[in-house]
Design a protein around this ligand. Structure first.
Ligand code: GDP
Ligand code: IMO
Ligand code: MG
Length: 430
């Protein structure tokens, strides 16, 4: 019963979507376990670019089923827009796209509140994607959320909306001086979507467990990354879910012993969108070069991504929390033209050297990266078809990452396309 978990090890945008698409070719079910349409997973197939926000990145393979798990928050309007966009592109997805009954919904007031709270935070803003993620998860935890299953019955949906809006109305008007949408407005806008969405709603927990019992391959797709995890990331500059593999058990309803393997995805350097500490961030020409060559602009909001060197000390948290042994390193080609490269191996923090990202850091200025310098390879890598075809300095760079993190690099990505993927070892599917 292979259950392979794929998750981001940095601050998101590691190239998870591309790798899920590659691996989905040998999976039966791809299941998203957390996040919402704050995610932007880019998949390039035959030079055609798809950006998936909510729908699992396995959807481009016609024989693969896709589940949006209970740990995901779903904006019904966005979901149907995404379904339509894929259908217009000629994909037949209705029969094989499924939604867990227990997944919570993002409703219009969550989006409005997310944006209002960002304005309220002023200089301390998180830089959220404005998609209502934190507010929908907040309602889930405070037990006033509305779930996919609730949308299917008109009276139940209206009743729950009324309770939620009785709470939200005074907050909108008295704290934020804003209008809150009414029950009728939301009913008119969202309830008509229930027929289409209802066809996709299933008992997601039984579905995943049946696949596993039948010994079919399940790939759990994470969104965001460990450093954005609500518990382990750079709080409060994080998202509101658990991208770490622990989120798989709660986000899909599978027992921990079912997880047969994990793949942590990291870029060969580091990026971050939004506010918050980023110790290896580069503010100079080198950072700008990474941004331009790596096309580092957010897939969801279009914001320029902050860029910096590979941070092994931050990555140690990902390894520690997840126990991951196999890494995927993406975007190696983006470093092709650099003369020399740096890797952060530790930080200077409160007069000491520490080799793991300390908790409680809210500003990059609190810690100073300790770097080592490695030789660049100054050779294009995109055409490399095997690990041995990578230039020696590129292999040395990867070997150093392996050594620093005590992991194996099993997949190397050298371009955005499916074909630009070097699978060095595929034991992770066993
Ligand atoms: P995700 O959120 O983790 O799925 O990552 P994004 O899709 O937001 O960002 C990764 C970006 O890098 C996308 O535009 C991908 O098409 C692109 N990409 C992925 N792997 C590679 C690679 O190895 N080389 C290059 N040049 N681009 C890549
Ligand atoms: P993928 O899956 C990168 C960031 C936002 C912000 C913080 C909180 O594509 O890797 P939120 O809207 O979640 O409340 O925003 O998290 N963020 C991401 N950054 N990639 C993502 O997803 C992200 N999803 C959220 O920029 O800093
Ligand atoms: Mg992304």
């Amino acid at each position: 019963m292979p259950l392979l978990v794929l998750f981001g090890c940095q601050w998101g945008d590691e190239g998870k979507g591309k790798i899920v698409d590659v691996l989905a070719g040998s999976a039966d079910l791809v299941a998203r376990y957390q996040g919402g349409n704050n995610a932007g997973h880019t998949v390039v197939v035959n030079d055609k670019k798809y950006i998936l926000h909510l729908i699992p990145s396995g959807i481009l393979h016609p024989d693969v089923a896709c589940l949006i798990g209970n740990g995901v928050v779903i904006d019904p309007e966005v979901l149907l827009q995404e379904v339509r966009a894929l259908e217009e592109g000629g994909l037949d997805i209705r029969e094989r796209l499924l939604i867990s009954q227990n997944a919570h919904l993002i409703l219009p007031y969550h989006r409005l509140m997310d944006k209002a709270m960002e304005v309220f935070r002023g200089k301390g803003k998180i830089g959220t994607t404005g998609r209502g993620i934190g507010c929908a998860y907040g309602d889930k935890i405070s037990r006033q959320g509305i779930r996919a299953i609730d949308l299917l019955e008109k009276d139940r949906f209206a009743g729950k909306l009324r309770i939620a809006l009785d709470y939200y109305h005074p907050i909108f008007s008295k704290v934020f001086d804003l209008n809150c949408p009414s029950v009728d407005e939301i009913m008119d806008k969202i309830f008509p979507l229930s027929a289409e969405i209802g066809e996709m709603v299933v008992d997601g927990v039984s579905l995943v467990n049946e696949y596993l019992e039948q010994d079919r391959r399940v790939l759990a797709e994470g969104a965001q990354g460990v450093m954005l995890d609500i518990d382990f990331g750079t709080y409060p500059y994080v998202t509101s879910s658990n991208p770490t593999p622990g989120g798989v058990c709660t986000g899909l309803g599978v027992a921990p012993q079912h997880i047969t393997d994990m793949l942590g995805v990291a870029k060969a350097y580091t990026t971050r969108v939004g506010s918050g500490p980023f110790p290896t961030e580069l503010f100079d020409e080198t950072g700008e070069t990474m941004r331009q060559i790596g096309a580092e602009f957010g897939a969801t909001t279009g914001r320029p991504r902050r860029c910096g060197w590979f941070d092994a000390a931050a990555m140690r948290r990902a390894v520690q929390i997840s126990g991951v042994r196999d890494l995927v390193i993406t975007k190696m080609d983006v470093l092709d033209q650099f003369e020399t490269l740096k890797i952060c191996t530790a930080y200077k923090y409160k007069g000491k050297t520490v080799d793991i990202f300390p908790f409680g850091i809210e500003d990059s200025g609190e810690i100073e990266p300790v770097y080592e310098t490695l030789a660049g390879w100054k050779t294009p890598t995109t055409g490399a078809a095997s690990f041995d075809e990578l230039p020696q300095a590129a292999r040395d760079y990867l070997a150093r990452i392996e050594e620093l993190l005590k992991v194996r690099v099993v997949i190397v990505s050298v371009g955005p396309g499916r074909e630009n993927t070097i699978i060095r070892c595929s034991s992770f599917w066993n």
